[in-house]
Design a protein. Structure first.
Length: 378
């Protein structure tokens, strides 16, 4: 286990100070920072776009739902997203959490941050919520419906999207690739949802493989057991293995340095599955500034960024030394949620969306996609 990972998993913030826990004690602790301040300082009054940011950060609107951007009409209900390198520029992909037409759109940015063009890379799917990027530069887009599918899409628009049914037919939320163990973790947005692990026969080819479900053993210990029939039409995957461990409303998922971090909105927790110790513990237990835990991403500096579905419409940072604090707040959009946080390849730009924007319409027709630029730690 790396020093950074061990420090992250064994540190909690209590009030304004960080306290290190060892042995069994830390396993029952979680981050709680009601008075913490982010490493970027306090949030200033909201800017012209309604975004409250620390000093030195700026925001801009990249796209609005049902309006033209880069040669296409930007989709409604923008949700999960990720960034990919593309020559001297980069691409931001965004899901559409709409029924029946869903899909994914992608915007390419030039080296100076200006928009080059945009394209649709998936259409005609259903409630595409979150997903995850792969090490081979594809985007896994997940359907959040009964017997939903995982679609592998091409951000560069050169290959057709493919549905990987071997990854299970359930209410998919997010995916996170673990290149160290050559597996893909999958969350499930059900009140008794599970955490899954997909083990492809060949790393880099997700068409064939085995779906496992996380099961409880003793204490915080866990193990993986195969799901007998990942595509069963009647018995849902989460009910096929009696020992499966359940989480209330699985949401975002992010892998880094031997740990799979995932969120559960009903639990109001950020969980951490430690691949070395084979344990699951909470690194945030819902009693700090972060509320409505949802999409999650991270940086090479070891920081986690967690978006809120509701709450104060904030993105909070969780640092390796245990600080939990807001790094931005979207004001005047209380009936929306923050979705799709993702950093550009150089780490200086953060993209995200307000799914329903200022209108709060459930159709997501008022969705807004933003970019925040500043001295992020990376």
């Amino acid at each position: 286990m790396s020093l950074q990972r061990r420090t992250f998993l064994r540190t909690v913030t209590a009030g304004a100070g960080a306290v290190a826990f060892a042995g069994a004690l830390w396993q029952h602790a979680a981050y709680a920072a009601p008075a913490a301040q982010s490493p970027y300082g306090p949030l200033l009054p909201a800017d012209a776009h309604g975004i409250a940011l620390p000093a030195g950060f700026t925001s801009r609107v990249v796209a609005r739902s049902l309006r033209a951007v880069g040669g296409i009409i930007w989709h409604s209900a923008p949700d999960g997203g990720a960034c990919f390198r593309d020559g001297d520029g980069w691409i931001y992909v965004s899901n559409s959490e709409l029924p029946l037409i869903g899909g994914v759109s992608a915007i390419r940015f030039r080296a100076d941050g200006s928009i080059d063009r945009a394209r649709r890379i998936l259409s005609g799917t259903n409630l595409n919520c979150a997903g995850g990027a792969t090490p081979w530069n594809t985007w896994l887009s997940c359907e959040e419906i009964f017997r939903g599918r995982v679609f592998e899409t091409d951000p560069y628009g050169e290959k057709s999207a493919v549905a990987h049914r071997a990854m299970g037919r359930f209410k998919h939320e997010a995916a996170a690739c673990d290149p160290d163990h050559r597996v893909v973790y999958l969350t499930e947005d059900e009140s008794d949802g599970c955490l899954y692990r997909y083990v492809p026969e060949t790393w880099g080819d997700l068409s064939r493989g085995r779906l496992d479900v996380l099961c409880a053993t003793s204490g915080d210990g866990v193990e993986w057991r195969p799901v007998p029939n990942p595509s069963a039409p009647l018995v849902q995957t989460r009910h096929q293995v009696r020992a499966a461990r359940h989480f209330d409303g699985g949401e975002g998922c992010h892998y880094a340095d031997g740990v799979c971090y995932f969120t559960a909105k009903g639990d109001r927790k950020v969980w951490a599955y430690d691949t070395a110790d084979q344990t699951v513990t909470a690194v945030y237990n819902g009693d700090g500034t972060l509320d409505g835990v949802d999409n999650i991403t991270g940086t090479t500096a070891g920081d986690l960024y967690v978006a809120e579905d509701g709450g104060n419409m904030e993105i909070n940072i969780i640092t390796p030394d245990g600080v939990v604090a807001p790094v931005l707040r979207v004001e005047g959009q209380d009936r929306s949620e923050i979705t799709g946080p993702a950093f550009a390849p150089d780490g200086t730009r953060l993209y995200f969306s307000s799914q329903r924007g200022t209108s709060g319409e459930t159709s997501g027709s008022g969705g807004i996609t933003y970019e925040v630029t500043g001295p992020f730690r990376h």
